[in-house]
Design a protein around this ligand. Structure first.
Ligand SMILES: *[C@@H]1O[C@H](CO)[C@@H](O)[C@H](O)[C@H]1NC(C)=O
Ligand SMILES: *[C@@H]1O[C@H](CO)[C@@H](O)[C@H](O)[C@H]1NC(C)=O
Ligand SMILES: *[C@@H]1O[C@H](CO)[C@@H](O)[C@H](O)[C@H]1NC(C)=O
Ligand SMILES: *[C@@H]1O[C@H](CO)[C@@H](O)[C@H](O)[C@H]1NC(C)=O
Ligand SMILES: *[C@@H]1O[C@H](CO)[C@@H](O)[C@H](O)[C@H]1NC(C)=O
Ligand SMILES: *[C@@H]1O[C@H](CO)[C@@H](O)[C@H](O)[C@H]1NC(C)=O
Ligand SMILES: *[C@@H]1O[C@H](CO)[C@@H](O)[C@H](O)[C@H]1NC(C)=O
Ligand SMILES: *[C@@H]1O[C@H](CO)[C@@H](O)[C@H](O)[C@H]1NC(C)=O
Length: 628
């Protein structure tokens, strides 16, 4: 069975599995009105009986347990009334003081005709519930009960660093979280109090996630033809890609009122709860994803330097070769010359000039000073969906079906984080504003956009790593793994969807071999077959575009310097012995600095800066001269 077949089969298996799953987990029940959810815990059964007796005799309450609870929970009988136990799970408690005036003001923003007849209340304490009931004296109140998540469900178990995507040894599966039962009553408003604990880490919080997912699921299950609003009381913003700011009706202080778009909410709730399973849309095949083509685009960004111009041109070429007809949009700042822009335009990129965004926490002139410019992708509001791609990768197989995925779908990086090299985003001015609003307060682990976006979008969806496959051999890769990767790099027709070129970029090397071999710390990125693959795409480009991939004199000197070092070090791969035939060596694009051999004589002694060799910028190319 070939690899592609295996992947497809894996998705089919997953499809089946998900169907089975949705039938499970139906142990909970719910009763409307003021009754309490009741379950038995085998460990506390004696205590439970005592409590039950005391409840019956002392309170004489007739509505404490719903009758059918017994039949639902035969194996785990438990009569629990959370407040009566006095032992609420601290993970779920929010000590935030309720500001009823604020809530009133926010609710006033509801349209006049939105009568609140049924209110669902989740995670409020008894006093707060009483207040809610006075608030809407004529409404029916449902007190929603949610069993706590198991203690062993942590953020790391929902977002594991690695999962067995190919299902070679095991089928990845997410831990399950207890579910709310849907009340048999119309709900117009679902109000939830969310904890915001642990300061710097509040957005990776199981209880917070659990409460939001549960409320969303409840809202999405309301079938009637009436609007359902969600109200959150919390110090920190709700999950921005589950409850989008487009759906925000009103926000004041700690009160957030949403009117979710039910269709997109339902789609998101179909996804696995974390990156513990792959999240590709069920049943979507490459061929049959056809949506709103005009509102979808591939996008990338070039800021602060033109070295990636050739990469972006080749990336565009590869997308067209893979068969996509979507728009390409490239964000460039003013440092990208007219000449380079004309090359990008010829390759098919629609150019948008942007103002760079400075990372206020970066040092001046640091390598990551302007990386927050990427946030401008969210301002591409003439598109509903964007597949962002880094400019140093090739699309080997059409990934248009990713447009069917919600924000943020991406591959895993390390720890609980996603890699921002390929990601699905949903442009929105207010999401852009959200990103900007927290720029001074949220810290990125690497000072780059990837770290920052991972703090905002902690709830992300995993796509297979074949859709952003890194050209990289880990230190720990054994020979079998290495050979497998090499096969993946060269396989024809391709198995990988996207190949991401790390280390020295192919267009900054000789074409003869991967020059990462000549630098010891870059050898982990060296692969001649991946290198060759890039050059095949290059060679399929019109000559006028290849011109943007020529070498600067300084780069030629650098490459020769590296080669000599490798020779001195007698590197065992012996690439340094290969005679370079790449004709780009002979072409000079930055006269009068053509003598790179002379430059080499003083290599290491002089501080060459890019400014010392300004690249000549010929007049901009026009489309008239050729067509793609
Ligand atoms: C409360 O629920 C009852 C029974 O479900 C229903 O008849 C009544 O109309 C509801 N009240 C409001 C204000 O919706
Ligand atoms: C958590 O513990 C339960 C048993 O208490 C076990 O069934 C489950 O697999 C554990 N989950 C994780 C993610 O370890
Ligand atoms: C934040 O949470 C993550 C995931 O649970 C954990 O790895 C990290 O150590 C936590 N950081 C802090 C500062 O608590
Ligand atoms: C991921 O890797 C980066 C650098 O390699 C490191 O700084 C960061 O702490 C790692 N994050 C996690 C969650 O492991
Ligand atoms: C987003 O803001 C820009 C101006 O910054 C505006 O031109 C555009 O129309 C806005 N988009 C939407 C959907 O409001
Ligand atoms: C910042 O952007 C530059 C240029 O696009 C890139 O080379 C670098 O890897 C980025 N750094 C981080 C930390 O994201
Ligand atoms: C270089 O390495 C090869 C083996 O890879 C060895 O035979 C040769 O003697 C070495 N040359 C020098 C100059 O050390
Ligand atoms: C290189 O630059 C550093 C700092 O800018 C300076 O201290 C050093 O003397 C320079 N070296 C040469 C050879 O110019």
């Amino acid at each position: 069975m070939d690899n592609r077949q295996r992947i497809d089969d894996a998705y089919k298996r997953k499809l089946k599995r998900n169907k089975v799953k949705s039938v499970e987990n139906r142990f909970h029940f719910f009763s409307a009105g003021k009754s309490r959810k009741c379950k038995l815990n085998p460990l506390k059964i004696i205590l439970a009986i005592i409590i039950l007796v005391s409840i019956v005799t002392f309170l004489l309450s007739p509505t404490i347990c719903h009758k059918n609870s017994i039949s639902h929970t035969v194996s785990r009988p438990r009569f629990v009334n959370r407040w009566m136990w006095g032992g609420s799970d601290p993970r779920y408690i929010s000590n935030l003081e309720m500001n009823w005036d604020e809530i009133l003001r926010v609710l006033k923003k509801l349209p006049e005709n939105n009568k609140i007849g049924g209110v669902g209340l989740l995670n409020f304490n008894e006093n707060e519930i009483n207040r809610w009931e006075q608030f809407f004296p004529t409404a029916n109140h449902s007190i929603l009960h949610l069993d706590y998540a198991e203690k062993n469900v942590t953020w790391e178990t929902l977002y594991p660093e690695w999962i067995d995507e190919e299902q070679e040894e095991e089928i990845p599966s997410c831990p399950s979280l207890p579910k709310l039962e849907v009340p048999r009553q119309r709900l117009d408003l679902i109000a939830v109090k969310l904890p915001c604990r642990n300061e710097g880490n509040w957005s990776r919080d199981i209880a917070r996630l659990h409460l939001q997912i549960s409320a969303a699921t409840l809202a999405a299950s309301c079938k009637g033809n009436y609007p359902v609003h969600l109200l959150f009381v919390t110090k920190c913003f709700p999950i921005p890609n589950l409850f989008t700011c487009k759906d925000l009706v009103a926000h004041e202080g700690n009160t957030w009122l949403y009117k979710p778009n039910m269709n997109s909410l339902r789609e998101k709730l179909q996804l696995p709860i974390g990156s513990c399973e792959l999240a590709l849309p069920l049943g979507v095949k490459e061929q049959d994803y056809r949506a709103k083509k005009q509102r979808e685009a591939y996008a990338t960004i070039l800021h602060s330097a033109h070295v990636y111009v050739c990469g972006a041109i080749a990336a565009a070429q590869s997308i067209r070769m893979a068969g996509s007809t979507r728009d390409f949009v490239i964000l460039v700042d003013e440092t990208i010359s007219e000449y380079h822009r004309s090359g990008l335009a010829l390759a098919g990129w629609k150019i948008r000039t942007i103002q760079r965004i400075r990372n206020p926490k970066a040092e001046k002139d640091a390598y990551n000073e302007w990386n927050y410019s990427k946030f401008r992708l969210w301002q591409l509001t003439d598109y509903d969906k964007i597949i962002f791609i880094d400019a140093d990768l090739l699309i080997l197989r059409n990934i248009d079906f990713l447009f069917g995925m919600p924000e943020i779908s991406a591959t895993g990086n390390n720890g609980t984080l996603f890699n921002s090299g390929v990601m699905v985003i949903e442009p929105s001015n207010c999401t852009f504003q959200l990103l900007m609003d927290h720029i001074n307060e949220i810290e990125s682990y690497n000072g780059g956009d990837q770290g920052y976006l991972n703090e905002i979008f902690t709830w992300w969806h995993r796509i297979p790593k074949h859709m952003n496959f890194l050209k990289h051999f880990w230190f720990g890769d054994d020979d079998v793994v290495k050979q497998k990767k090499i096969r993946l790099f060269e396989e024809e027709p391709p198995v990988l969807y996207v190949l991401h070129y790390l280390g020295y970029k192919p267009w900054l090397c000789f074409r003869d071999y991967d020059c990462n071999w000549n630098v010891d710390i870059l050898q982990e990125f060296a692969s001649d077959v991946a290198h060759k693959r890039w050059w095949n795409v290059h060679d399929s480009m019109p000559e006028k575009l290849q011109e943007f991939c020529l070498l600067r004199s300084k780069q030629k000197a650098q490459l020769e310097w590296d080669r000599k070092e490798a020779e001195k070090g007698n590197y065992s791969d012996r690439h340094w012995g290969i005679r370079i035939q790449d004709r780009r060596i002979k072409k000079c694009i930055d006269p009068p600095y053509c003598s790179w051999k002379g430059m080499l004589k003083h290599w290491g002694e002089n501080n060459w800066t890019d400014d010392a060799f300004p690249i000549s910028t010929p007049p901009a190319r026009t489309t008239a001269s050729f067509s793609l």
